[in-house]
Design a protein around this ligand. Sequence first.
Ligand SMILES: [Zn+2]
Length: 283
Amino acid sequence: MKFLVLLFSVLFVSNCFGWGKIGHRVVGEIAWKHLSPAARKGVDKLLAPRSLSYVTNWADYIRSNKQWDKAKPWHYVNFAKGESNYHKITHSKKGDIVQAIYLMESILRNSKNPKTHKTMALKFLAHLVGDIHQPLHAGYAEDYGGNKIKLNWFGKKSNLHRVWDEQLVEFQQLSFSEYTKELDKLGASEIKKLQRMTVVDWVKESVDLRDSCYKFEGTSLGYRYSYDHVKTMERQMLVGGIRLAGMLNGIFSNAKYSKKQNSAREKVKIYISPKAFEGMPQF
Ligand SMILES: [Zn+2]
């Protein structure tokens, strides 16, 4: 029984992380490349001696600490079939990824918050902006965002969520810095356009991409699935990094929100307590 419990927890934990370690680091590294000098200084002040890309996986590491159980629902949001408008769904009182991203942003913007809270908020933000761009983090509740879709990835037992979190990225055999170099080639006008969009727009994009992740025949995935989906996966990591940079540049220059961003933000009810970090362990 003990073994089963252990096995279950190992399987469960390994199945619900966001992008795997490489994917999250790509998002963090691309963001770093697009930070203003002020934002780099602000980020360094909170994270030194660690880098932005390094801390992107912290929010997954702390899952092993029970004290952080309350943060588990912050990594995703569920949409039923046919729904794509975040404002129209029933919002979880335990929080979700849209609420959490907005909360982290507001914690970072409030100069009265202690440094330790801001550091935690930055680490969460750097992680969650990655997660929200993984289409299965805007998944269906009934299959746990693809976790219940059992399949084989190149002959090894896996599930759809895990393929998207880790295996599709790892299969490309690029380090996070190689991947960053490879992807980070957008023009200035496209970057601006991407950074103008709201968190509610981001999640809609993921919902719109989500069903295409389920397009495959049989239960053995491999070269063909990678060929069909690698572009979407790469685009989502890139866009996540660009948007994380946009948000951090706004935070550290204390920029006012645009009208569009303000109205999206005001419509999102944040159920997570703004005191969520009080007394919490940093490691
Ligand atoms: Zn996550």
